[in-house]
Design a binder for this molecule. Structure first.
Ligand code: MF3
Ligand code: CO
Length: 249
C-alpha cells in the first residue's frame, strides 16, 4: 500500500484545477432545467472543458464515452447522458464530473432538484450534502478511513436512508483512482490512518430505500434495486492537520 502524500505545489495545482471543475459544475447546475436533455448537459461540459483547456477524466476511462455521468432518480451515479433523455419536473439529477488539469485529476459531483420535488427527495439531497460536509470535517490527520465512512453511514441511517456499499470514494491526484478506497460506511478508528496532504475524493452515495444497486446491460448505468432514488455529493479534498482543504470549490 503506497498512498502518495502530495506536495504543497501539487495541492495548489489541484486547487487551481478544482476551481475550474467547480465553475463547470455550477454552469451545468444552472443549465439543468425542465426540458433540457442530459446529452445537452454533456455537450455543454465538453465545450467548457475545451474553453478551460482541461480534459475530461471520464471520457475514454475504461471505454466510457461521455464527459460527465448523469443520474436521474434511481440511477445511482453512473448514468450515461443522452439527447433523448429530457429532464422533467419532480426528478432529482446527479451530475458527476472528473477533469485533468496539468496532469492532475479532480473529481466532484452534485445532486439537484428539477422543478418541484417532493419533500423526501429534497431531504435525500440535503442529507447527502450534509454527509459530505461532515465527512470532510473528519478528514484530518490521525483520523481513519473508517471514521469518514462511519460519519456518512450514520447520517444516512438516522435519516432513514442507506448508503451504497458497492461503490466507494477514493484517493485522487496523479490518477482518477488512487489508494485508499473511501467507503460510505465504516467503523470509528478502523482502517487506514489519514495523513496531511493526502488527496481524496469523498463521495457519499445515499439511497432513499435499500443499499443494493445493479448494473444495466450497457455496463455502466447503475440503478437502485428497489427503484428508490439515489443522491451523491462529491468533493476532492486535501487532508489537513486540523482541517481539510476542499479543492473543488
Ligand atoms: N464517478 C466515478 C468516481 O467518482 C468515476 C466514473 S468513471 C466513468 O470515481 F467512466 F464512469 F465516468
Ligand atoms: Co470519484
Amino acid at each position: 500500500m503506497s498512498i502518495k502524500i502530495k506536495t504543497k505545489e501539487e495541492i495548489q495545482t489541484m486547487s487551481d484545477g478544482g476551481k475550474i471543475l467547480a465553475d463547470i459544475l455550477n454552469t451545468l447546475k444552472t443549465e439543468s432545467r425542465i426540458g433540457v436533455s442530459t446529452g445537452y448537459l454533456d455537450s455543454k461540459a465538453e465545450a467548457l472543458c475545451k474553453k478551460y483547456k482541461v480534459k475530461s477524466a471520464f471520457k475514454d476511462y475504461n471505454g466510457y464515452g461521455a464527459t460527465i455521468c448523469t443520474g436521474i432518480n434511481d440511477v445511482a451515479v453512473h448514468g450515461i447522458p443522452s439527447e433523448s433523455e429530457l429532464l422533467e419536473s419532480g426528478q432529482i439529477l446527479s451530475i458527476d464530473m472528473g477533469l485533468i488539469y496539468q496532469d492532475y485529476y479532480l473529481d466532484s459531483a452534485i445532486t439537484l432538484p428539477i422543478g418541484e420535488v417532493d419533500d423526501k427527495g429534497i431531504k435525500l439531497i440535503e442529507v447527502t450534502k450534509l454527509a459530505l460536509k461532515r465527512a470532510i470535517e473528519v478528514a484530518v490527520e490521525g483520523n481513519t478511513v473508517g471514521d469518514v465512512g462511519f460519519v456518512i453511514q450514520n447520517i444516512a441511517k438516522i435519516s432513514g436512508f442507506s448508503v451504497i456499499t458497492q461503490m466507494t470514494g477514493h484517493g485522487v491526484g496523479r490518477k482518477l483512482h488512487e489508494e485508499p478506497f473511501i467507503p460510505c460506511f465504516g467503523n470509528q478508528g478502523e482502517g487506514i490512518v489519514l495523513k496531511a496532504d493526502m488527496t481524496l475524493a469523498i463521495e457519499p452515495m445515499i439511497n432513499e430505500g435499500g443499499s443494493e444497486i445493479f448494473i444495466e446491460n450497457d455496463g455502466w448505468t447503475s440503478r437502485t434495486l428497489d427503484g428508490s432514488r439515489s443522491a451523491i455529493f462529491e468533493h476532492t479534498i486535501a487532508v489537513g492537520k486540523r482541517r481539510a482543504k476542499i479543492l473543488t470549490q
